[in-house]
Design a protein around this ligand. Structure first.
Ligand code: ZN
Length: 256
C-alpha cells in the first residue's frame, strides 16, 4: 500500500491531461473481462480528472471511465519516464520495452506507463469496488474495534483480508502487530477496546513511518526477519509461523 500511495502521487502528474492513445499489448494483463478494444473505446479522448487509492488498487478517474491499476510485487508506474523520487526496493529498476504492459500517451506529449517484469499486476476498466473494505489509513478507531469484534479470524489473517480492511500487506501486518505488542495468532474478537485502540494507533503510525522511510520492507522487524533472528526490542528469539497462509514473524515475549 505504501508503494501504491507513492505511485498515486506519480499519477497525479497526469491529472488534467487528455489521452491520445491507449497501448494494451498484453491480453493477460487485462483483468475482469477488460479488453484492449474496450480500453481504447473508453479512454481515447478522455481527460484524467483525479487519482484515488483504495488499499492496493490505484484508480485513475477520467471524464469517461475509471481505470484501475494493480502492481503486484514487481509493477511500477512511470509518468514521462519518471517514477517515485525514492527508488522502491521491489522490482528491478532495469527497463526493457517488453515489460511495458500498459501505456497511455497524452495529447501534447508525455506518457503514463505500467512496467511489470513478472506480470503480477493488472489493468481493469471500471473496477467494482464493493468487495474492498475501508482503506487502512481511512478507518477510525471505533470502526476498527467494531470490525475486529465481529471476527474469530487470527489477527494477522484479519489484517491481510482486503474485504475487511484494504491495503495491509504481509510485512506491514507483522510490523504493526510487533509494534502494538499483539500476538498475530490471537482471534480478532479477543482484543479488548484498549488493545484495539493500540492496534489502530500503531497501524497508522507504521504505515506513515514506513512510507517516509521508502517502503513496507523498511520496518524494524523486517531487518530481523530471518530464521533464528531476535526481537529488536527485547532480544527474544522470534517465532516463525504460517498464519493466514503467510509467513509470520512475531516476538513470543512482548507480543501477547
Ligand atoms: Zn519482543
Amino acid at each position: 500500500m505504501i508503494e501504491i500511495e507513492a505511485y498515486r502521487r506519480v499519477a497525479e502528474r497526469a491529472v488534467g491531461r487528455r489521452i491520445a492513445r491507449v497501448d494494451a499489448p498484453d491480453d493477460w494483463y487485462l483483468k475482469a473481462g477488460t479488453t484492449a478494444a474496450a480500453l481504447r473505446a473508453a479512454l481515447r479522448g478522455a481527460q484524467i480528472t483525479g487519482t484515488r487509492r483504495i488499499g492496493k488498487l490505484l484508480l485513475l478517474d477520467t471524464d469517461q471511465a475509471v481505470l484501475g491499476l494493480r502492481f503486484g510485487m514487481t509493477g511500477r508506474l512511470l509518468v514521462d519516464g519518471q517514477g517515485p523520487i525514492e527508488r522502491l526496493e521491489y522490482g528491478s529498476s532495469r527497463m526493457e520495452p517488453a515489460w511495458i504492459r500498459f501505456a497511455l500517451s497524452f495529447h501534447g506529449g508525455g506518457r503514463l506507463e505500467v512496467v511489470d517484469p513478472r506480470r503480477l499486476g493488472g489493468v481493469v476498466l471500471d473496477p467494482t469496488l464493493d468487495h474492498l473494505g475501508p482503506d487502512a489509513l481511512a478507518i477510525g478507531p471505533a470502526a476498527l474495534r467494531d470490525r475486529l469484534a465481529a471476527s474469530a479470524a487470527p489477527l494477522k489473517a484479519w489484517l491481510l483480508d482486503q474485504h475487511r480492511i484494504a491495503g495491509v500487506g504481509n510485512l506491514l501486518a507483522d510490523e504493526a502487530l510487533w509494534r502494538a505488542g499483539l500476538d498475530p495468532a490471537r482471534p480478532a474478537r479477543s482484543l479488548t477496546p484498549a488493545e484495539a485502540r493500540r492496534l489502530h494507533k500503531h497501524l497508522i503510525a507504521t504505515i506513515t513511518t514506513l512510507g517516509d522511510r521508502g517502503g513496507s520492507h523498511m520496518g524494524d522487524l523486517q531487518v530481523a526477519r530471518a530464521r533464528g533472528a531476535t526481537c529488536p526490542r527485547d532480544g527474544t528469539p522470534l517465532l516463525r509461523r504460517t498464519i493466514g497462509g503467510r509467513t509470520t514473524y512475531s516476538c513470543p515475549r512482548h507480543q501477547r
